[in-house]
Design a protein around this ligand. Sequence first.
Ligand SMILES: Cc1cc2nc3c(=O)[nH]c(=O)nc-3n(C[C@H](O)[C@H](O)[C@H](O)COP(=O)(O)OP(=O)(O)OC[C@H]3O[C@@H](n4cnc5c(N)ncnc54)[C@H](O)[C@@H]3O)c2cc1C
Ligand SMILES: *[C@@H]1O[C@H](CO)[C@@H](O)[C@H](O)[C@H]1NC(C)=O
Ligand SMILES: *[C@@H]1O[C@H](CO)[C@@H](O)[C@H](O)[C@H]1NC(C)=O
Ligand SMILES: *[C@@H]1O[C@H](CO)[C@@H](O)[C@H](O)[C@H]1NC(C)=O
Ligand SMILES: *[C@@H]1O[C@H](CO)[C@@H](O)[C@H](O)[C@H]1NC(C)=O
Ligand SMILES: *[C@@H]1O[C@H](CO)[C@@H](O)[C@H](O)[C@H]1NC(C)=O
Length: 534
Amino acid sequence: MLSLMSLCLASFVLLLSVSLSNSALNPESFKQCLTLNSKASISFTTAFYTPSNASSFTSVLASTAQNLRYLVPSAPKPDFIFTPTDESQVQAAVICTKKQGIHLRVRSGGHDYEGLSYVSQIEKPFMILDLAKLRAVNVDIQHRMAWVQAGATIGEVYYRIAEKSAFHGFPAGLCTTLGIGGHITGGAYGSMMRKYGLGADNVLDARIVDVNGKILNRAAMGEDLFWAIRGGGGGSFGVILSWKIKLVPVPKTVTVFTVSRSLEQNGTKLLYRWQQVAPNIDENLFIRVLIQPGNSSVAGKRTVITSYNALFLGGADRLLLVMRRSFPELGLTRNDCLETSWIKSILYIAGYPNGTPPEVLLQGNSQPKVFFKSKSDFVREVVPEIALEGLWKRFLLEDGPLMIWNPYGGLMSRVPESSIPFPHRNGTLYKIQYLTVWIDGEKNTGKHLQWMKKIYSYMAPYVSLFPREAYVNYRDLDLGMNQWNKTSFEVAWHWGSRYFKDNFRRLVLVKTKVDPENFFRHEQSIPPLPIRKG
Ligand SMILES: Cc1cc2nc3c(=O)[nH]c(=O)nc-3n(C[C@H](O)[C@H](O)[C@H](O)COP(=O)(O)OP(=O)(O)OC[C@H]3O[C@@H](n4cnc5c(N)ncnc54)[C@H](O)[C@@H]3O)c2cc1C
Ligand SMILES: *[C@@H]1O[C@H](CO)[C@@H](O)[C@H](O)[C@H]1NC(C)=O
Ligand SMILES: *[C@@H]1O[C@H](CO)[C@@H](O)[C@H](O)[C@H]1NC(C)=O
Ligand SMILES: *[C@@H]1O[C@H](CO)[C@@H](O)[C@H](O)[C@H]1NC(C)=O
Ligand SMILES: *[C@@H]1O[C@H](CO)[C@@H](O)[C@H](O)[C@H]1NC(C)=O
Ligand SMILES: *[C@@H]1O[C@H](CO)[C@@H](O)[C@H](O)[C@H]1NC(C)=O
């Protein structure tokens, strides 16, 4: 059974087998270009990695990459990796890749589900611009804001806020090793979303490098582009250098709990009830459900364990009142509750063992990596018990399956759908994330992907439809990929409307305005409209 920790820290892989031309690429001329175009001098020995030094290249490539599916030997490898230490070096990288026809991938925290920040399945030669060394976090409590560079992890951001104030926080992801750079580009939800919305709802300004290598802030980029980068997905509009985020108030004492029930303990009925309760309960309370296989009391029988994992922005006494009134079926007791600080609740929800010091948030990810595949769904009507029974049967057919059901409601329902590109708002009860995780290499990848397709197809009648919505931060290339030989716009509508609903149209218009030649592109980047000739 997979622990929370290993998830967080933790084929035919290629859908396309395009024959990639092995064009001779000269790193020396690229380095020269960088030197000419960067204000700061570059120490190439520690900032530039090519396959000719296999050991350092491989370790930098793998450093933050999360999905082993995209690190196997058969996955396409970049021709080089550049790790800038200065904003002007990022500008130079954009200018030089454009000049020399090198395809660019940008990486902040490396958590992309389909490896889009470090693998290009569609173009060669390509390089990785890895922002891991641009990770300064400057917190200004007095003005309730912080400037954070793209390469910082959200754990570092949380730590730096808590270091200065026990009464401030930021509402972003649960897994603390995510890069703030890529994370916010897709929305960024976490355990305070019902109270404060998404990370992307709480961005005040940004600095980006545009397609011309210019640095733009909010005033310079204009409101259209500033809208697009807050939820329109990474890698389509420019390179985010830093975000200016708005801090939110948190109480000195918060309460967390995890209560588990198996199917034998009325797990199905309870989950049925949760669907009605969790999206409507007090906004200070976020109760997600982790669903995993487990051993039942009947010897040798596998069962399903549902774990109710929660954060309450307040003390245990008040939480117990809320639960008694709204969700007595869970039977929460005082003993289940742990009162703690907001920063320690972050560690608890991320799965760190009790007593782990917050300084762990400043360290990199030391957990073993896994192979995984994921998909998402948004649920708008309560799923009947009988359908849940059918789901359990299929769920238990897989070796390492996991689902995370994440409640919506609260502020999420009051933010208009077009406020930022992330459209999954009012009417959404909760999101389902399906995951399958394995560690025994590539050989059974096909089997695991097949299982995922089956469970996704089983759930079709019970989830959002027209479009069947999906979360862009859970990239899923099964939903479709850009094909440059066709009108990309037509092809992209299939996945674009699922991630963004009607906001996809505006994203395409912004893209057409700021990057008409489609310099920033990947398997699921926002396509520009075709350039009109003449
Ligand atoms: C274990 C795990 C747990 C997760 N938990 C959550 C969660 O709790 N909440 C949530 O909302 N999401 C969660 N996610 C999803 C996560 O938000 C996305 O994968 C996000 O894109 C990660 O950002 P990154 O910088 O780490 O990724 P990267 O792989 O570096 O980048 C992701 C995408 O953004 C692009 N990009 C990266 N940096 C930049 C930049 N500076 N400018 C422009 N484009 C850029 C990349 O090219 C790529 O397309 C989780 C993912 C994993 C693997
Ligand atoms: C290869 O990289 C390692 C680590 O960065 C470095 O110590 C070593 O000197 C490099 N070797 C060569 C031949 O450049
Ligand atoms: C399950 O629910 C039924 C009625 O809803 C109840 O009688 C029974 O005690 C419950 N069982 C457990 C283990 O909670
Ligand atoms: C479940 O039972 C199997 C076989 O008896 C055992 O190997 C496994 O460790 C058990 N898992 C848990 C989570 O107890
Ligand atoms: C949300 O939708 C419901 C009906 O689906 C509607 O009654 C309610 O007014 C909406 N709320 C907001 C804030 O738009
Ligand atoms: C376009 O490219 C895809 C692969 O990228 C290929 O499968 C398809 O046949 C091509 N279509 C045309 C019309 O060339």
